[in-house]
Design a protein around this ligand. Sequence first.
Ligand SMILES: Nc1nc2c(c(=O)[nH]1)N[C@@H](CN(C=O)c1ccc(C(=O)N[C@@H](CCC(=O)O)C(=O)O)cc1)CN2
Length: 281
Amino acid sequence: MSALVLDGKALAKKTEEELSARVAILKEKSGGQTPILATILVGDDPASATYVKMKGNACRRVGMDSLQVELPSSTTTEQLLAKIDELNSNPNVHGILLQHPVPAQIDERACFDAISLEKDVDGVTCLGFGRMAMGEEAYGCATPKGIMRLLEAYDIALEGKHAVVVGRSPILGKPMAAMLLNANATVTICHSRTQDLAEHIRRADIVVGAVGKPEFIKAEWIKDGAVVVDAGYHPGGVGDIELGPLSERAAAYTPVPGGVGPMTINTLIYQSVDSGERKIG
Ligand SMILES: Nc1nc2c(c(=O)[nH]1)N[C@@H](CN(C=O)c1ccc(C(=O)N[C@@H](CCC(=O)O)C(=O)O)cc1)CN2
C-alpha cells in the first residue's frame, strides 16, 4: 500500500486562486487598495534572503503589495524596534514579517513581541501564542498553522490520536504542540533532553519532525500507518525525517520539498489577506 501524499504545493496553489479573488474584491470595493505585507530582512543570510523573496513573490501572485525592508547585519535591537514601531504605525501596512534568524546581537524575542497583535500575521508574538494556546482569536504561527491547514484539507483525523512533536522552538515545535492539543490530540513534545526518543516515536499516530537536523528521525522508529509531517528542509532536498521506506508504510506523509514549506508561505499570505480585509474591507 502506498501512502497518501500531503501535497502542500498543490494546496498552496489552489488557495492562492481563492486569495487572488478575495484581493480583487477588496481592491474593487476600496478603489484600488490592496493588503500590504511588510517584510524585514536583517543581514545577509542567503537562505533568509531567498525565503523573503519567495514571500514577496507570493504576495505578487495574489495581487497584494509588499514593502520590503532590508537592514544591515550591524543593526541594533533599538534600530530594529524603531523600524517595527514605524511599521506598526503605518496604516497602509496590514502585516509584518520579521525573518528569523536575526543577527546574534539583536534581541529577537523583544523584536517579535514589538509587532502589534493585529499585524502579527506570521504568528510570532508571545501575546498571539498565548491567545492561540487558550483558544482565543489570533493569527497562528505560519509553519504550524500551515501544517494544520494541510492536515485539515486532507481530512486527517486528530481527535484522540497520539501526536509526537520532535522539537520545541518558539515558532515551530511549541505552537505546533498547542495547535494539536487544541484539536484534541494527545500530544508529546520531544526535545534534545528527551530520553528514549525512538520509543516515544514508535507510539505515535502522528509524527511532526521539527528539529532542524537532516534525517535525524529514522524511518524505522515510525510505526506502520502513522501520519508523517516533516517541517525540515535541508540542502539536497531532505527533511528532518528519513522518508525513504515510509512512502510505503505510512498512512500519509508530507514530501520534501513541496509539503510543509509552501504551506508556511501560503499561511503568511492567507493571514495577511485576512488582516487587510479587516482594515480595508
Ligand atoms: N519569521 C519567520 N522566519 C522563519 C520562518 C517563518 O515561518 N517565519 N520559517 C523558516 C523558513 N521559511 C520561511 O521563512 C521557509 C522555509 C522553506 C520554505 C519552502 O517553501 N521550502 C521549499 C523548498 C525550498 C525551495 O524551493 O527553494 C519546500 O519545502 O518545498 C518556505 C519558507 C525560517 N524562518
